[in-house]
Design a protein around this ligand. Structure first.
Ligand SMILES: [Zn+2]
Length: 400
């Protein structure tokens, strides 16, 4: 199940030495999966009241001074780049950019909450010894979001983030969860009353969720309490994916405000959250969870079409086009190799369905479908298409 081994065998990702450690390249199959996940992620974010932001990869040293990253986080950042005698740093986080978008004009309580998401690629220094496939990398894309809200909205927002997070992770086929709450450490910053409110809200949401949980008293970051959501994979290992983190320092450092219904300026609550965590790590976990045999909706190739002999190629080509027109990722294996070898290869590539076409199939109009589980079914092309379309639309982990 090692994702590094599967990644190579299934051609899902590369970490070429020539580029540098911990920097990931996605070849077509990995790229296809990522783009499916991103499309799903975007659609769900828009329909759940989020807007999507795009921000640069580098920012001036001054920005990272204000945000406190150069004070607290410098050893995790790449060395600066100097252009026109100005120093720029690669971003280790997306937050300051979102805050500047917030501060681009006066905000009223009427427009809150704001939920701003980004597939933001960040760079952090990790020692070369700890780099590990997709799980520990130096460049990665967080499925980040920041929620800016009033104190009255905070409770509902946290409830909603947890619900949304569970919905997304369940869609990817994870069934078991555990929540970890980290509370106020001794060296906290910010207003004590806000900390207590935020912790109470997090506890309430965890209680209501009915999920098993553990509390790490005093284990929160100095800037705010958080909950982490860990999933259990197919062989019982726990992986931390989602994080919901309050921040009482950035709104202060950037002097963020909104105008309340009393006409006065107030400081908004700021919540950082990531559902998948980072795309790279999530992909690594997904590969190991499914041992490379992804659910159909995520499979880069969904159907391999295998002609028994060369004379069946034209018919197969038409079949490939027909399936592709129905948004089914079909691939015709027209190499002049033996049929059994092609079947075996598709099996190794964990392609969910194989359609084998010979004389009998061409005459009868029925297709002979072989599932990657080894099962074999003969059915009409229409019923095969109807079946696979349903499996894809429902994002089922089953093949039929
Ligand atoms: Zn953030």
């Amino acid at each position: 199940r090692d994702h590094r081994k599967l990644g190579k065998e299934l051609d899902l990702f590369l970490t070429p030495e020539e580029i540098g450690g911990g920097l990931v390249v996605l070849p077509p199959k990995g790229g296809r999966i990522r783009s499916i996940v991103e499309d799903f992620w975007k659609k769900e974010h828009f329909s759940n009241g989020y807007e999507i932001l795009y921000t640069p990869h580098i920012g001036l040293a001054k920005l990272w001074e204000i945000s406190g990253h150069l004070g607290h986080y410098k050893e995790n950042m790449y060395a600066p780049i100097t252009i026109d005698e100005q120093e720029f740093y690669l971003k280790p986080m997306n937050c300051p950019f979102h805050i500047l978008a917030y501060k681009s004009r006066t905000r009223s309580y009427r427009e809150l909450p704001l939920r701003w998401a980004e597939q933001g690629t960040v760079y952090r220094y990790e020692k070369s010894g700890v780099l590990h496939g997709l799980l520990r990398v130096r460049g990665f894309t967080q499925d980040d979001a920041h929620i800016f809200c009033t104190p009255e909205q905070m409770n509902d927002e946290i409830t909603e983030v947890l619900r949304f997070s569970l919905y997304i992770l369940r869609t990817f086929g994870f069934q078991k969860y555990k929540v970890y709450l980290s509370t106020r450490p001794d060296d906290y910053v910010g207003d004590e009353a806000r900390w207590l409110d935020a912790e109470a809200a997090l506890r309430r949401v965890i209680d209501d969720s009915g999920l098993p949980f553990a509390v790490d008293e005093g284990g929160g970051a100095f800037y705010g309490p958080k909950i982490d959501l860990k999933v259990e994979d197919a062989i019982g290992r726990e992986w931390q994916l989602s994080t919901i983190q309050f921040d009482f320092t950035l709104p202060e450092r950037f002097n963020m405000t909104y105008v309340g219904d009393d006409g006065q300026e107030h400081q908004p609550y700021m919540i950082h959250r990531a559902l998948l965590g980072s795309w790279e790590r999530f992909f690594g976990v997904l590969i190991e969870h499914y041992a490379g045999a992804f659910p159909v909706w995520l499979s880069p190739v969904q159907v391999n079409i295998i002609p028994v002999a060369d004379r069946h190629n034209d018919f197969c080509k038409k079949l490939e086009l027909e399936l592709r027109k129905k948004d089914i990722r079909a691939y015709l294996d027209s190499r002049s190799e033996r049929m059994n070898l092609k079947i075996r290869q598709a099996q190794l590539e964990k392609v969910p369905y194989m359609i084998i076409v010979g004389d009998k199939e061409m005459e009868s109009g029925e297709v002979s479908v072989r599932l990657r589980t080894g099962e074999q079914i003969n059915q009409s092309l229409e019923s095969f298409i109807a079946g696979i379309t349903k499996v894809i639309e429902t994002k089922s982990v089953e093949l039929q």
